[in-house]
Design a binder for this molecule. Structure first.
Ligand code: NAD
Length: 288
């Protein structure tokens, strides 16, 4: 299938390469020359302009930094330029309201479109093992699914337009909260004279068990290998966690949801990311 791919950064670069590897004809566009060169090396055709990239395609996939850019790219370069009837997939993490607005504009112009943000970082994007949370009509989902399958290990329909983004930010708000809670518990155990490994052995089979503890332990040398074992390098950057928490708090405000711990988590990551935005989010334990 002829597929345009817009946004070939840390995530999009690997995703576009996996579409090409699966046999699709990938027409790539990014503002960065270096990203385009890499895409070419990975089997994509590179274009200097998004409008050219979407010419004659059956599908458009985007992986862009934020909602403002997503809206501008779809309004200016995709809608009305990609052939009518093409299916559009935005995989960026953006605010729910903009996702719904852009999908509305696309549908009015005769396209099927989904929001399909991902769980999993750069390694999962490169390895084709992302999880996609997808919002959109049943028809749009059915058309998007085989394309997403080439880039991920799981593709889940979350409901109507924008629900992919809703799932993503609710999940990441919960992740931030249980990571901070897990860090607090380990630090407090230490202050009380309880060794980290012993606390892990007990809590990981007790009611305090959670993913931040048993799959991504913030204490070095405890639990399976995680960024804490590499001085909090790699993994999921605190700056990206902060971005997702801001989107979550914005959505909570609009929806009238009460999220006192989400708000507090945002404040904690805001302070941490000022000087440590590149560190993995489990590095928050350094502040306690
Ligand atoms: P990135 O900054 O590495 O890549 C974004 C790319 O978009 C860049 O190459 C940039 O040149 C390009 N771009 C910007 N404006 C453009 C435009 N108008 N037209 C064409 N290209 C344009 O970011 P990333 O880490 O790849 O993240 C992309 C999205 O994925 C974000 O929404 C992010 O929140 C989400 N995400 C990232 C991760 C991660 O671990 N990096 C994990 C999950 C989700």
């Amino acid at each position: 299938m002829k597929i345009a791919f817009i946004g070939l950064g840390n995530m999009g670069g690997g995703m576009a390469a996996n579409l090409a590897k699966a046999g699709h004809e990938v027409r790539a566009f990014d503002l960065s020359r270096a990203a385009l060169d890499t895409a070419r090396e990975n089997g994509c055709e590179a274009f200097d302009d998004a409008k050219q990239a979407v010419d004659g395609v059956k599908a458009v996939v985007s992986m862009l930094p934020n909602g403002q850019i997503v809206k501008a790219v779809y309004e200016n370069d995709v809608i009305g330029h990609a052939p009518k009837g093409a299916v559009l997939l935005d995989c960026s993490t953006i605010d729910v309201a903009t996702a719904r607005e852009v999908i509305g504009l696309a549908e009015e112009a005769g396209y099927d479109m989904v929001d399909a943000p991902v769980s999993g970082g750069i390694a999962a994007a490169n390895g084709g093992t992302l999880t996609f949370m997808v919002g959109g009509t049943g028809t749009a989902f059915t058309r998007a699914e085989p394309i997403l399958d080439c880039m991920g290990k799981a593709v889940i329909h979350a409901g109507d337009a924008g629900n992919g983004q809703a799932a993503k930010i609710c999940n990441n708000m919960l992740l931030a909260i249980h990571m901070i809670g897990t860090c607090e518990a380990f630090r407090m155990a230490e202050k009380l004279g309880l060794d980290a490994q012993t606390f892990y052995d007990i809590s990981s089979v007790s009611s305090g068990q959670n993913w931040s503890m048993t799959s991504y332990c913030p204490v070095p040398g405890v639990g399976p290998q995680s960024p804490s074992d590499n001085d909090y390098q790699g993994g999921f950057a605190s700056a990206l966690m902060l971005k997702d928490l801001k989107l979550a708090m914005e959505a909570a405000g609009t929806a009238g949801a009460s999220t006192p711990l989400g708000k507090h988590a945002q404040e904690i990551y805001e302070a941490f990311a000022k000087d440590n935005g590149g560190l993995d989010f489990s590095g928050i334990i350094k502040t306690l």
